[in-house]
Design a protein around this ligand. Sequence first.
Ligand SMILES: *Cc1c(COP(=O)(O)O)cnc(C)c1O
Length: 379
Amino acid sequence: MNMNMQFIDLAAQQHRIKSKIDERIQAVLSHGNYIMGPEVAELEKQLAAFCGSPFALGCANGTDALQLALMALDVGPGDAVFCPSFTFASTAEVVPPMGATPIFVDVLEDSYNLDPASLLRAIAHAKDLGLKPTGVIPVDLFGLPADYDTIEQIAADHKLWIISDSAQGFGATYRGRTTGSIGTIATTSFFPAKPLGCYGDGGAIFTADPELCARLESFRVHGKGTHKYDNERIGLNSRLDTLQAAILLEKLAIYADEIEARQKVAARYSAALHNHVITPIVPDDCRSVWAQYTVRVRAGQDRAAFMSHLTATGVPCVVYYPRPLHQQTAYSPFPADPEGLAVSERLAQTVFSIPMHPYLSEGDQDIVIEAIQKASSAS
Ligand SMILES: *Cc1c(COP(=O)(O)O)cnc(C)c1O
């Protein structure tokens, strides 16, 4: 038995491309352009091509990417920004510092993604509160694209912009489109454990709008104007390091292949596990990049018992996320869908994620599968 099974195995990937990464790092050390060196522009070009977005900009992390997007869209006091509650904190964290109000929206039980009906209720609620509905931040949770056709229709009807938070979903497919190219602005994160991660913090922002791109470029470097010491606006220092861009160039080169490998792991899991736990769905014409493979226990099944059985068998498992944002101390004062967020609350009680990465061997997959099958017959 492999008692060292990794939840996400970054070492296996590094082993595959070690010499190329070493060469890339050496090239940066040789030219010495550590800030905005040539690798940054090269990566931006390749990221844009990968997802089919006209513009891509590197930045310091996925949270800054969201923050910069809000700055470029001129979000401010009185604005209501709709966020799912079942997500990582960054999605909503960036809204209050702009003076705007996050309003929490529920998610769909089968996809874990933003519920359009809840969004409509939250828009009406924002108006009742005297706030101006200005935008929505759908999340591609666990690597699966949100239901963009429906969200885009609602956004058009209510004149909302869309920031697609694709920190977990860059490169996923939604009905012929690739995430990164969806939304008024799309953002991603290169945190090491994300599907496309670097060796530190990193992020990127995507848009098809040249004016927004110019604003984002300015905000990313202290609100710069035509030159460095010309400050047109209040910005951030949020550049992607040249070294991280160099590493990402080699990781992006194998990313399509890794996405394929993730499909195989997910397909094997789903076939073997769907009779034992509630397995994740992927809607027609969509492809997840499987940032996580997240299952739910059935009514009557005990998640804690399930997870301790897995851990005892050497299978790492994690709960993403144990508490929805609207129930967190920092976010509970903000408004939410007035009908409540029952699905987000239920998911927080029933989900858990199992090992998922492109290098998970069939042998390790079988250990995971067997552990879940045993835990399910015991519960
Ligand atoms: C990881 C993550 C972020 C933030 O990315 P960082 O690079 O860690 O700042 C934002 N949104 C979601 C949904 C994430 O999972």
